[in-house]
Structure formats: structure tokens, C-alpha cells
Design a protein around this ligand. Structure first.
Ligand SMILES: C[S@@+](CC[C@H](N)C(=O)[O-])C[C@H]1O[C@@H](n2cnc3c(N)ncnc32)[C@H](O)[C@@H]1O
Length: 330
């Protein structure tokens, strides 16, 4: 196992930014603009935004290890890059702390970076053995805490809800039986338990432990809660014509982004065309949709970078609508 400290530049895995061209096209960085990259990661989006316009970028990441590359950006773009350590769900407070009011664009590239995945000590991957951790922020409850302390029913719930794993109950039962003998503390132990329920056989392209690992990662990092908080905050921090751009990697996230943008763009869900118009209250239009169905990566990108295969980009443009203190529109 190689800790992040022991890596050299030569063996540091590269994170290839996903849908970078499409992100820049949707974000449209302008000279003088202020942008927030809520998932700084390896800094791929941040660098590209800084290169494409004479603008400022605030790069947020909850993983303190992500900012190892921040120095090079500060050197290459003096006074134009502001690293902010924290969660993108707290973007309003982070910007306030940095003295930034009103931004022109907010981009999110949800999930883990290739660097996090490849560092066995972070415990995100079942490809290599490591401690069952999965905490992006390096604090709070780890995946091992959840696997060993949650009730069997809770575990089944987590694996079913966040992994969309149909064998969730059987996997939770297997885990509960195993941990009664000894705690489950490594990624290999967990993967082996899942494989007992869902054996791998030749020709399988995806490891049967994938969904269980995804579920625990989402739960441990409250990834869906973070996404909801960030989208709500976007409404407050974006200036009129400011752009919200989100790249997601699975349907649980994409569904939330799609629904948020549909609702905030004035779409009334669940209304019937048989009802009189007055019965449906028209919600305010807070975002205009950039692209109704979202954008998928090109075949060429997927061939170049298989990690991009499940990506989907959605974007919205903030309208001038503002709620007044009394709750009306201004
Ligand atoms: C897929 S990587 C981003 C890669 C980046 N776009 C690039 O081009 O290098 C996602 C990053 O977002 C961070 N992250 C995930 N959820 C977060 C959250 N709620 N708040 C802050 N950072 C988060 C992770 O720690 C990780 O470094």
C-alpha cells in the first residue's frame, strides 16, 4: 500500500477532467468574472477557467489533500485563485468568509477524484486493499464505523437506497454475520463479503461490490445532502445571468439536478392539462435551462477516459428574480 505522502510525481495518478470543453462552454468564463469551482480536486477545471479568461476562481474542496496543487495555481495566476477548504454545501459561508459577494458562475464535478480512488489509504476502492475509510474530509464517521455499528436494517437501507443494489438485504445479513466474529476494517474484507453474496465470474465487466462501495461512500460523505444544499445556495450567490453547471456520475445525483432545475425554471410538476390554469400556481422562474435534456460526453471522450462514460452535464442560468423580505418577487 502506498500512502499519499510516499508518492512521487512520477507515480501520482493523473485526474483527467471530465467534459472540460462542455463545462467551459456552459460556464462561459468572462474577463473580470468571479467563479466558484466547488470540487477543486486536481484543479483541472480551475486551471482551465483561469486560462480561458482574466477572471478569479475560488476553488473549494473538503479534502485537505486536494490543495497540494494549489501552490502552482497561485504562482501561475497571482491573485486570481482563492483556495477554500470546506464543503460546497457551505459555499455561502465560505464565500462570505473570503469576502466574496455575488458570483458569475458555480461549477460542480461530483464524486471522487482519480487521486482519491487510487490512494489505497483513503479506502474508496476495492481494487486495492486499504482501511475502510471513504471520508473525503478525513473527519467524521468512516465507512468502517458505519459497517460495524449500523443495524443490519440500516445497512440494508443504505446499500439499497444509495447503491440501488437489489441484493442489499442479503449483503447486510452477510456483513452482520461476519462482524459478529470480527470487525470489518478493510476494503478487501468488505469486497469479499459482497462477493460471497454476489460471486464474480468470468466475463463480468463490473465488480459486484461496486454498488455497495458507492452506497457507503455516498452515505459517509452525505453526498446527496451536499448537492441539495449547494443547489439551494446557488440561487442566492449567483448574480443575474450567473451560470450553474453540474456534472454528475449516477442517476441518483442527475435526477436531483434535473428536478431542481426543472422546478426552478418554472416547471410545475404533477399538474394535469385537464385542470383550469388557475388551479396551478405558477412558480417563479429562478433559472433558465441551458439545455433541457442535459449533455452527455462525446464517444471520443469516453474512449479516451472511461471514467467519463456515465457523466451528464446540466446547466442553468440565474434570472434576475429576487425574493423580497416579505416573500414577494422583486
Ligand atoms: C471528481 S473530483 C473533481 C475534479 C476536478 N474537476 C478536476 O478537474 O480536477 C471531485 C472533488 O470534489 C471533492 N468533493 C466532493 N464532494 C465535496 C463537497 N461536498 N464539498 C467539497 N468538495 C467535495 C472531492 O474531495 C474531490 O476532490
Amino acid at each position: 500500500m502506498m500512502s499519499s505522502e510516499k508518492r512521487t510525481a512520477a507515480d501520482t495518478p493523473q485526474h483527467i477532467p471530465v467534459m472540460l470543453d462542455e463545462v467551459l462552454q456552459a460556464l462561459r468564463p468572462q474577463d473580470g468574472g468571479v467563479y466558484v469551482d466547488g470540487t477543486f480536486g486536481a484543479g483541472g477545471y480551475t486551471r482551465a477557467i483561469l486560462e480561458s479568461a482574466d477572471c478569479t476562481v475560488c476553488g473549494i474542496d473538503r479534502d485537505p489533500e486536494a490543495f497540494a496543487r494549489a501552490k502552482a495555481l497561485q504562482r501561475d495566476f497571482p491573485n486570481r485563485f482563492i483556495p477554500l477548504h470546506g464543503c460546497f454545501g457551505d459555499v455561502e459561508q465560505l464565500l462570505e468568509g473570503a469576502g466574496v459577494a455575488g458570483i458569475d458562475g458555480f461549477v460542480l464535478d461530483i464524486g471522487v477524484s482519480s487521486l482519491q480512488l487510487a490512494t489505497a489509504g483513503r479506502g474508496f476502492s476495492f481494487q486495492q486493499d486499504g482501511p475502510l475509510d471513504m471520508r473525503m474530509s478525513l473527519d467524521g464517521l468512516s465507512a468502517a464505523d458505519v459497517v460495524n455499528d449500523a443495524s443490519e436494517a440500516e445497512l440494508a437501507d443504505i446499500i439499497y437506497t444509495y447503491g440501488e443494489e437489489r441484493a442489499a438485504r442479503r449483503i447486510a445479513k452477510e456483513i452482520a454475520a461476519a462482524r459478529a466474529k470480527e470487525p470489518v476494517t478493510t476494503t478487501k474484507q468488505l469486497a469479499d463479503l459482497v462477493h460471497r453474496v454476489l460471486p464474480m465470474h468470468g466475463g463480468m465487466k463490473t465488480d459486484t461490490a461496486t454498488k455497495t462501495f458507492q452506497a457507503l461512500r455516498i452515505h459517509v460523505n452525505d453526498e446527496l445532502g451536499e448537492l441539495e444544499r449547494a443547489m439551494q445556495a446557488a440561487e442566492n450567490i449567483l448574480k443575474p445571468e450567473g451560470r450553474l453547471v453540474i456534472v454528475t456520475f449516477h442517476s441518483l445525483e442527475d435526477w436531483r439536478v434535473k428536478n431542481f432545475l426543472r422546478e426552478k425554471s418554472g416547471h410545475v410538476s404533477g399538474t394535469s392539462r385537464h385542470l383550469p390554469p388557475a388551479a396551478a400556481e405558477t412558480p417563479p422562474v429562478i433559472f433558465r435551462l441551458e439545455n433541457k435534456n442535459g449533455v452527455a460526453p462525446s464517444a471520443a471522450e469516453v474512449a479516451r477516459n472511461p471514467r467519463a462514460r456515465s457523466a451528464r452535464l446540466r446547466a442553468g442560468i440565474r434570472t434576475p428574480y429576487r425574493k423580497t423580505a416579505k416573500g414577494g418577487a422583486a
